[in-house]
Design a protein. Sequence first.
Length: 451
Amino acid sequence: MIDNRLVDRVADLVAAPDFYEPLHERLFAAIVSEVAGGRRADPILLRPMFEHDPAIKQLGGVGYLAGLTGSGAGLIGAVDFARQVADLAKRRRLYDGLAELMTSARDDLDAPVEALADAIDAKLTAALQRDHTAKSASMAQAFDSTLADIEAEARGEAPSGLEVAGLDDWNHLTGNMRRGEVVILAGRPSMGKTAVGLSVALAAARAGHGTLFVSLEMSVGELTKRAIADLIYEHGRSATYESVQRGRFTEEDQRRLATAREQIAAWPLILHEDAGLRVGRLAMMIRRYRRQLVAKGSTLDVVFIDYLGLVRADGNKQKRYEEVSEVSRTIKTLARELNVAVVLLAQLNREVERREDKRPQLHDLRDSGEIEQDADTILFVYREQYYLERSEPDPGDKGRADWETALAAARDRVELISAKVRKGRIGRRNCHFIAAHQAVRGSDFFAGGRT
């Protein structure tokens, strides 16, 4: 009320409901409203709004407004005071919420324990959620700061996105994943989406990026078996995925297992399984793991979700495309809010199967055009070998030789196709997918005798 210019500085830090005293809540709301309307807000001009307020009468009348402006300390520490009020409000909400849940846990014995645990997580999220601070800058300021960022990246002084280790094809096609952006990794069933996604997650963690892999389809045990087969893979010498499942390891495999275990000990990688996950609970869970990584001195940099079609909206949507649209928008908002990259696996519709060239296209994304709109990058996974194996000619067929040639060229290959990309390149990369080992490797993996 002394200097209305301070309203713009504190309005993004503290909100009216953050004030413990209801009168102060109403007073702050009135000040913000008046200033937003281009009017002054001081004790004299606010007096008519509060002279009949019962709370102010208990404090001695409208003279209380003038008393609030009696000290100039607020001019010096306004921003710090605003942060303090917001912080105390979070603590108050957390305390009240947990106290309410403790009462429910004690008295409501019909409530499932799992539901109470989810409610506790929701209270933590609501209390500790990062403030939404608006940003603005003049064009000149934005020009200078952005150019400085570009030059710092070019000099190698700032990271150029989230580069994963050992999969240059992925880095090339995505332009390196960026915080706040969503990468769609889509394909038909049996194309290797999960294998590619898991290999990229391992490569991200290997590079030191805090990584969370959320599976709605496979258990953590199934994912880990696939990861083991991938991690110990050596061409022609290591245990297959089937051998891993059955626990059949050679002495050489055992040495590779020990080496892999030693390496992954320091990787910031979390695997999480949760069938039938709703998008609101997904958001809470991601925030929880982010807090855990921060507590361990790391950060959450990238989240993999396998897959979009199994995530449900919180509301009861009548139509599937409405539900998918809501989930897609929420995940996009979450990526920006938490400043993480999200790799969202997705299914393609059956139209692919009806075309002669079965390479995916953007309109093949299942259920909603919102997916294409919300995504910053869209990559398709395509395996020609899958379709060739299902169209094998008879031994005496005149096209048999051509088919065998094509199958040999496509064997153990997976094609990554970038269909939409903001910072990478439209194009294709032929990577190696050794299905028997669930191992995905870059296009240059076998160059120079690498195994």
